[in-house]
Write a protein that binds this ligand. Sequence first.
Ligand code: IPE
Ligand code: IPE
Ligand code: MG
Length: 260
Amino acid sequence: MQRDEQELTTYFADAPEDVSLADVDLERLPSHISVIMDGNGRWATRQGMERGQGHIAGIASLRETITACVRLGVDVLSAYAFSTENWKRPQQEVDLLMHLFATTLVKELPLFHQENVRLEFLGDIEALPQKTREVFEEGLSETADHTGMTLALAVNYGARAELARAARLIASEVKEGTLSVDDVDAACVSSHLYTADLPDPELLIRTSGELRLSNYLLWQLAYSEFYITDTLWPDFDRWELLRAIRAFQGRDRRFGGVKA
Ligand code: IPE
Ligand code: IPE
Ligand code: MG
Protein backbone atom coordinates (compact mmCIF):
# COMPACT_ATOMS: atom_id res chain seq x y z
CA MET A 1 0.00 0.00 0.00
CA GLN A 2 1.24 3.47 -0.90
CA ARG A 3 1.87 6.08 1.77
CA ASP A 4 2.68 9.75 1.65
CA GLU A 5 5.72 10.22 3.95
CA GLN A 6 5.07 13.93 4.41
CA GLU A 7 1.41 13.46 5.36
CA LEU A 8 2.36 10.58 7.64
CA THR A 9 4.96 12.56 9.57
CA THR A 10 2.62 15.50 9.93
CA TYR A 11 -0.22 13.30 11.15
CA PHE A 12 1.96 11.73 13.85
CA ALA A 13 3.70 14.95 14.97
CA ASP A 14 3.33 16.07 18.61
CA ALA A 15 3.74 12.58 20.00
CA PRO A 16 3.22 11.87 23.69
CA GLU A 17 6.25 10.80 25.75
CA ASP A 18 5.80 7.05 25.64
CA VAL A 19 5.21 6.39 21.95
CA SER A 20 6.04 7.86 18.57
CA LEU A 21 6.03 6.94 14.90
CA ALA A 22 9.69 5.93 15.21
CA ASP A 23 8.60 3.03 17.48
CA VAL A 24 6.92 1.14 14.66
CA ASP A 25 8.51 -0.53 11.66
CA LEU A 26 6.53 0.68 8.65
CA GLU A 27 7.75 -2.27 6.62
CA ARG A 28 6.23 -4.77 9.07
CA LEU A 29 2.77 -3.36 9.64
CA PRO A 30 -0.09 -5.77 10.15
CA SER A 31 -1.87 -5.98 6.79
CA HIS A 32 -5.24 -6.28 8.53
CA ILE A 33 -6.03 -4.62 11.85
CA SER A 34 -9.35 -5.38 13.50
CA VAL A 35 -10.94 -3.49 16.36
CA ILE A 36 -13.67 -4.40 18.84
CA MET A 37 -14.81 -0.87 19.63
CA ASP A 38 -15.99 -1.34 23.21
CA GLY A 39 -16.65 0.92 26.19
CA ASN A 40 -18.79 3.72 24.76
CA GLY A 41 -21.48 3.25 27.41
CA ARG A 42 -19.04 3.25 30.33
CA TRP A 43 -17.27 6.30 28.94
CA ALA A 44 -20.56 8.22 28.89
CA THR A 45 -21.66 7.00 32.32
CA ARG A 46 -18.35 8.08 33.84
CA GLN A 47 -18.90 11.60 32.51
CA GLY A 48 -22.46 11.62 33.85
CA MET A 49 -23.94 11.42 30.37
CA GLU A 50 -26.42 9.12 28.62
CA ARG A 51 -24.94 6.01 26.96
CA GLY A 52 -25.86 7.44 23.57
CA GLN A 53 -23.38 10.26 24.06
CA GLY A 54 -20.69 7.59 24.25
CA HIS A 55 -21.69 6.21 20.88
CA ILE A 56 -21.58 9.70 19.39
CA ALA A 57 -18.12 10.29 20.90
CA GLY A 58 -16.98 6.91 19.58
CA ILE A 59 -17.52 8.03 15.98
CA ALA A 60 -14.58 10.44 16.24
CA SER A 61 -12.33 7.60 17.42
CA LEU A 62 -13.28 5.51 14.41
CA ARG A 63 -12.64 8.45 12.09
CA GLU A 64 -9.20 8.98 13.64
CA THR A 65 -8.39 5.26 13.43
CA ILE A 66 -9.39 5.18 9.75
CA THR A 67 -7.23 8.22 8.95
CA ALA A 68 -4.28 6.88 10.95
CA CYS A 69 -4.47 3.49 9.19
CA VAL A 70 -4.67 5.19 5.78
CA ARG A 71 -1.65 7.38 6.63
CA LEU A 72 0.34 4.35 7.81
CA GLY A 73 -0.58 2.32 4.73
CA VAL A 74 -2.56 -0.48 6.39
CA ASP A 75 -4.37 -2.58 3.76
CA VAL A 76 -7.47 -3.53 5.76
CA LEU A 77 -9.13 -2.09 8.85
CA SER A 78 -12.16 -3.86 10.24
CA ALA A 79 -14.31 -2.74 13.14
CA TYR A 80 -17.06 -4.39 15.18
CA ALA A 81 -19.91 -1.89 15.32
CA PHE A 82 -23.01 -3.98 16.16
CA SER A 83 -23.29 -7.64 17.05
CA THR A 84 -26.16 -10.06 16.47
CA GLU A 85 -26.53 -9.97 20.28
CA ASN A 86 -26.72 -6.17 20.48
CA TRP A 87 -30.41 -6.33 19.46
CA LYS A 88 -31.00 -7.25 23.12
CA ARG A 89 -30.25 -3.67 24.16
CA PRO A 90 -33.08 -1.23 24.98
CA GLN A 91 -34.97 -0.31 21.80
CA GLN A 92 -34.05 3.34 22.23
CA GLU A 93 -30.32 2.52 22.15
CA VAL A 94 -30.71 0.19 19.15
CA ASP A 95 -32.67 2.90 17.30
CA LEU A 96 -30.02 5.50 18.09
CA LEU A 97 -27.21 3.23 16.85
CA MET A 98 -29.05 2.48 13.59
CA HIS A 99 -29.69 6.19 13.12
CA LEU A 100 -26.03 7.03 13.84
CA PHE A 101 -24.80 4.38 11.39
CA ALA A 102 -26.89 5.91 8.60
CA THR A 103 -26.19 9.58 9.29
CA THR A 104 -22.48 9.04 9.93
CA LEU A 105 -21.97 7.09 6.75
CA VAL A 106 -23.61 9.83 4.69
CA LYS A 107 -21.44 12.42 6.44
CA GLU A 108 -18.22 10.47 6.03
CA LEU A 109 -18.57 9.53 2.36
CA PRO A 110 -16.44 12.53 1.30
CA LEU A 111 -13.67 11.23 3.62
CA PHE A 112 -13.85 7.83 1.94
CA HIS A 113 -13.59 9.49 -1.48
CA GLN A 114 -10.75 11.72 -0.38
CA GLU A 115 -8.81 8.84 1.19
CA ASN A 116 -9.71 6.30 -1.53
CA VAL A 117 -11.26 3.97 1.08
CA ARG A 118 -13.34 1.02 -0.11
CA LEU A 119 -16.20 0.05 2.15
CA GLU A 120 -17.38 -3.45 2.98
CA PHE A 121 -19.88 -4.80 5.47
CA LEU A 122 -19.53 -7.99 7.45
CA GLY A 123 -22.85 -9.33 8.68
CA ASP A 124 -26.46 -9.52 7.63
CA ILE A 125 -27.23 -5.98 6.53
CA GLU A 126 -30.47 -7.10 4.84
CA ALA A 127 -32.04 -7.31 8.30
CA LEU A 128 -31.25 -3.69 9.22
CA PRO A 129 -33.90 -0.94 9.22
CA GLN A 130 -34.61 0.20 5.67
CA LYS A 131 -32.99 3.63 5.90
CA THR A 132 -29.75 2.22 7.34
CA ARG A 133 -29.68 -0.54 4.72
CA GLU A 134 -30.20 1.94 1.88
CA VAL A 135 -27.39 4.18 3.06
CA PHE A 136 -25.09 1.17 3.47
CA GLU A 137 -25.87 -0.01 -0.06
CA GLU A 138 -25.17 3.47 -1.38
CA GLY A 139 -21.86 3.51 0.51
CA LEU A 140 -20.93 0.17 -1.01
CA SER A 141 -21.64 1.22 -4.57
CA GLU A 142 -20.07 4.67 -4.19
CA THR A 143 -16.77 3.29 -2.89
CA ALA A 144 -16.61 0.06 -4.90
CA ASP A 145 -13.96 1.41 -7.29
CA HIS A 146 -11.69 2.80 -4.59
CA THR A 147 -8.29 1.13 -4.53
CA GLY A 148 -6.88 2.30 -1.19
CA MET A 149 -7.58 0.82 2.23
CA THR A 150 -10.55 -1.49 2.73
CA LEU A 151 -12.74 -0.59 5.70
CA ALA A 152 -14.86 -3.56 6.74
CA LEU A 153 -17.61 -2.65 9.20
CA ALA A 154 -19.16 -5.52 11.12
CA VAL A 155 -22.81 -4.61 11.58
CA ASN A 156 -25.42 -7.17 12.64
CA TYR A 157 -22.45 -9.51 12.68
CA GLY A 158 -22.08 -12.68 14.72
CA ALA A 159 -19.41 -15.30 14.05
CA ARG A 160 -21.70 -18.23 14.82
CA ALA A 161 -24.35 -16.93 12.42
CA GLU A 162 -21.61 -16.38 9.82
CA LEU A 163 -20.33 -19.94 10.19
CA ALA A 164 -23.85 -21.38 10.05
CA ARG A 165 -24.47 -19.35 6.89
CA ALA A 166 -21.24 -20.68 5.35
CA ALA A 167 -22.36 -24.23 6.18
CA ARG A 168 -25.70 -23.59 4.47
CA LEU A 169 -24.03 -22.15 1.36
CA ILE A 170 -21.60 -25.05 1.14
CA ALA A 171 -24.36 -27.63 1.70
CA SER A 172 -26.48 -26.16 -1.07
CA GLU A 173 -23.55 -26.16 -3.51
CA VAL A 174 -22.88 -29.81 -2.70
CA LYS A 175 -26.58 -30.58 -3.15
CA GLU A 176 -26.63 -28.83 -6.54
CA GLY A 177 -23.54 -30.77 -7.58
CA THR A 178 -21.30 -27.70 -8.10
CA LEU A 179 -19.05 -28.61 -5.15
CA SER A 180 -17.67 -31.99 -4.15
CA VAL A 181 -17.67 -33.05 -0.48
CA ASP A 182 -13.94 -33.79 -0.75
CA ASP A 183 -13.26 -30.16 -1.66
CA VAL A 184 -14.73 -28.84 1.59
CA ASP A 185 -11.52 -27.80 3.36
CA ALA A 186 -10.43 -24.76 5.42
CA ALA A 187 -9.92 -22.62 2.31
CA CYS A 188 -13.40 -23.53 1.11
CA VAL A 189 -14.95 -22.51 4.44
CA SER A 190 -12.99 -19.21 4.40
CA SER A 191 -14.28 -18.46 0.93
CA HIS A 192 -17.88 -18.72 2.15
CA LEU A 193 -17.48 -16.22 4.99
CA TYR A 194 -18.29 -12.50 4.82
CA THR A 195 -14.53 -11.93 4.86
CA ALA A 196 -13.90 -14.10 1.76
CA ASP A 197 -11.87 -11.42 -0.02
CA LEU A 198 -9.91 -10.23 3.02
CA PRO A 199 -6.74 -11.55 4.66
CA ASP A 200 -7.23 -12.74 8.27
CA PRO A 201 -6.61 -10.01 10.86
CA GLU A 202 -3.02 -10.05 12.07
CA LEU A 203 -3.77 -7.74 14.98
CA LEU A 204 -6.97 -7.64 17.03
CA ILE A 205 -7.48 -4.68 19.34
CA ARG A 206 -10.19 -4.67 22.01
CA THR A 207 -10.79 -1.56 24.03
CA SER A 208 -12.29 -1.25 27.54
CA GLY A 209 -10.34 -4.17 28.99
CA GLU A 210 -12.78 -7.01 28.32
CA LEU A 211 -11.02 -10.34 27.84
CA ARG A 212 -13.46 -11.97 25.42
CA LEU A 213 -14.34 -12.14 21.74
CA SER A 214 -18.10 -11.56 22.06
CA ASN A 215 -18.84 -13.67 18.98
CA TYR A 216 -16.43 -11.76 16.74
CA LEU A 217 -14.54 -13.39 13.81
CA LEU A 218 -14.10 -16.72 15.61
CA TRP A 219 -12.68 -18.41 12.52
CA GLN A 220 -10.56 -15.55 11.18
CA LEU A 221 -8.82 -14.76 14.49
CA ALA A 222 -7.27 -18.23 14.77
CA TYR A 223 -3.69 -16.87 14.67
CA SER A 224 -4.20 -13.15 15.30
CA GLU A 225 -2.22 -11.31 17.96
CA PHE A 226 -4.47 -9.74 20.62
CA TYR A 227 -3.96 -6.30 22.12
CA ILE A 228 -6.34 -5.50 24.96
CA THR A 229 -6.30 -1.98 26.34
CA ASP A 230 -8.26 -0.51 29.27
CA THR A 231 -8.76 2.65 27.20
CA LEU A 232 -12.45 3.12 26.46
CA TRP A 233 -13.28 3.41 22.76
CA PRO A 234 -14.09 7.18 22.79
CA ASP A 235 -10.59 7.78 24.25
CA PHE A 236 -8.84 5.62 21.64
CA ASP A 237 -6.61 7.64 19.33
CA ARG A 238 -3.70 7.43 16.87
CA TRP A 239 -1.20 6.99 19.72
CA GLU A 240 -3.04 4.06 21.21
CA LEU A 241 -3.03 2.57 17.71
CA LEU A 242 0.75 2.98 17.54
CA ARG A 243 1.09 1.30 20.96
CA ALA A 244 -0.93 -1.64 19.66
CA ILE A 245 1.19 -1.94 16.51
CA ARG A 246 4.39 -1.68 18.56
CA ALA A 247 3.17 -4.50 20.81
CA PHE A 248 2.27 -6.57 17.75
CA GLN A 249 5.74 -6.09 16.29
CA GLY A 250 7.31 -7.30 19.52
CA ARG A 251 5.47 -10.62 19.43
CA ASP A 252 7.02 -13.90 18.38
CA ARG A 253 4.49 -15.37 15.96
CA ARG A 254 5.13 -19.10 15.65
CA PHE A 255 1.97 -20.40 14.00
CA GLY A 256 2.48 -23.73 15.72
CA GLY A 257 6.10 -24.04 14.64
CA VAL A 258 9.25 -23.19 16.55
CA LYS A 259 10.91 -19.82 17.03
CA ALA A 260 12.37 -18.53 13.76
C1 IPE B 1 -19.49 -0.49 22.21
O1 IPE B 1 -19.69 0.17 23.42
C2 IPE B 1 -20.48 -0.08 21.15
C3 IPE B 1 -21.45 -1.11 20.78
C4 IPE B 1 -21.50 -2.32 21.24
C5 IPE B 1 -22.44 -0.73 19.80
P1 IPE B 1 -20.74 -0.37 24.48
O2 IPE B 1 -22.05 0.25 24.21
O3 IPE B 1 -20.73 -1.86 24.51
O4 IPE B 1 -20.13 0.22 25.80
P2 IPE B 1 -20.08 -0.49 27.22
O5 IPE B 1 -19.38 -1.80 27.02
O6 IPE B 1 -21.49 -0.67 27.67
O7 IPE B 1 -19.29 0.45 28.06
C1 IPE C 1 -19.03 -6.30 21.41
O1 IPE C 1 -19.25 -5.49 22.49
C2 IPE C 1 -19.78 -5.79 20.22
C3 IPE C 1 -19.31 -4.53 19.68
C4 IPE C 1 -18.28 -3.84 20.09
C5 IPE C 1 -20.09 -4.05 18.59
P1 IPE C 1 -20.39 -5.80 23.56
O2 IPE C 1 -20.36 -4.67 24.52
O3 IPE C 1 -21.68 -6.08 22.89
O4 IPE C 1 -19.85 -7.14 24.22
P2 IPE C 1 -20.21 -7.84 25.60
O5 IPE C 1 -21.69 -7.81 25.75
O6 IPE C 1 -19.54 -7.05 26.68
O7 IPE C 1 -19.63 -9.21 25.49
MG1 MG D 1 -19.64 -3.19 25.59
